[in-house]
Design a protein. Structure first.
Length: 421
């Protein structure tokens, strides 16, 4: 198990950044649909709510808001959907009738949740024991049969504030049951990319693994990627709060290392655990960057001589959606910021690498596993599997994550270049 954990962590970290070493100067639908666009905000302070969940009530279909709180959701007319549910950690859910929504410019407000603590049956305050119990109950709280997901995946690379690479796709995911040791499988259904939105003045980057890396963030299925029984005693745990997640009370368990490992990085973060079921509903964490230069060595698979990678910040986030008593993998995001120091050079460059995946639909009946030769390999570069784009209606009726304003500007800039060529 120790070797397996090391390998998984290396894939998680190394998959995010692949330096080329060159120094440079699903599923098909043909049904009609209705599209709703808008923004989700905090009712009290009017601020945009990032990564809020939007789902069609009575279905598996959904998406999330972007960094500007914006969303786009497409509803098949054949589904006869009546309501759309908006939710986020720490807020009360808000159901809106589809008849009350406009095609665009919808403003949806969420109210900060205030749940009285006397509603909670207080458990023992041993936070480490709580984590162990949550892992032990995975087979009860998550699916024991495989599922076929449709997901939207995006990855970006920025140099300072400018995008130098954007790639995204609709992907089909064969998700193994939570009692299986086997890895999930991904194949690209439809994808596109824009590279050199701004030409990098120093390095060419390639991200290895693509959606496969994002699926490793399914901590309920891969608990040893984060904190396994072998290293759990190296961490301090604290039951620090009780918060609302989808109108259900959750324990907030914070953790941080007190013993560092020389073999792989440690993490700092927090688990959200459902009070009633002890299901893991969300996890937020990042690398312990106390020894930045040491941690930086884990990020790079190949790099030019004389280049030193120094991580600035890392963040990983995964959440789950509950339906009929079971919890399903719903969204995952990773972001790594780092600095590239060149030996004997005065100026350095800062980079940000981001990847995210949102489950937009899934099915659990009559599932057929696709063939290995159709799957995206763990060592493949996702951006090499998709082609450049200019079509504004590329996604058709598939749900996706609305681009934030900076990505949208980069895409439009690239589209203008394509037209000139």
């Amino acid at each position: 198990m120790e070797t397996k954990r090391k390998n998984k962590i290396k894939v998680l970290i190394l998959g995010l950044i692949f330096l080329s070493g060159q120094v440079l100067f699903g599923q098909v639908y043909n049904q009609e649909f209705t599209t709703f666009k808008g923004k989700v905000k905090d009712k009290d302070n009017n601020k945009e709510i990032v990564f809020a969940n939007i789902s069609i009530v009575g279905t598996h279909v959904g998406t999330v808001t972007n960094l500007d709180g914006e969303f786009t959701i497409k509803v098949k007319k054949s589904s006869e959907a009546q309501e759309i549910l908006f939710s986020h950690i720490g807020y009360d859910n808000n159901k809106i009738s589809t008849s009350d929504l406009k095609a665009e410019n919808n403003l949806i407000y969420l109210q900060v949740s205030s749940k009285p603590l006397n509603e909670v049956t207080v458990r023992p305050t041993d936070a480490k024991k709580l984590i162990r119990q949550a892992i032990e109950k995975v087979h009860l709280n998550y699916s024991n049969s495989p599922a076929l997901y449709t997901g939207f995946y995006r990855e970006t690379v920025k140099q300072r504030r400018d995008y130098i690479s954007i790639s995204e796709a609709i992907v089909d995911i064969y998700k193994q049951s939570y009692i299986e040791e086997s890895d999930d499988k991904v194949k690209v259904f439809k994808g596109r990319k824009s590279t050199n939105v701004k030409q990098s003045d120093t390095l060419a980057f390639k991200l290895q693994g693509g959606p496969n890396v994002s699926l490793l963030l399914d901590i309920a299925k891969n608990p040893y990627v984060l904190i396994d029984e072998d290293v759990i005693n190296n961490y301090d745990f604290e039951l620090s709060d009780i918060v609302s997640v989808n109108n259900r009370l959750n324990y907030l368990v914070s953790f941080k290392p007190f013993i560092s490992s020389p073999d792989y990085p440690s993490f700092i973060g927090k688990y959200y655990i459902d009070v009633q079921t002890l299901a893991i509903t969300s996890v937020e964490f990042g690398l312990d960057l106390t020894e930045k230069e040491l941690v930086g060595k884990f990020f790079v698979k190949k790099k030019p001589i004389g280049l030193k990678i120094i991580p600035i910040s890392t963040s990983y986030w995964v959440n789950y959606k509950e339906l009929n008593g079971k919890f399903y993998f719903n969204y995952a995001r990773s972001e790594v910021k780092f600095k590239c120091n060149w030996k004997k050079k005065l100026f350095n460059s800062n980079y940000t690498v981001m990847s995210e995946i949102a489950m937009t639909d899934w099915a659990t009946e009559d599932i057929v596993k696709f063939k290995n030769k159709e799957s995206l390999k763990k060592n493949e570069v996702f951006a090499d599997k998709v082609s450049a784009f200019t079509d504004e209606d590329f996604w058709g009726e598939h749900n996706y994550i609305e681009p934030d304003q900076s990505i949208e500007a980069a895409i439009k800039k690239y589209a203008r270049k394509m037209k000139r060529k």
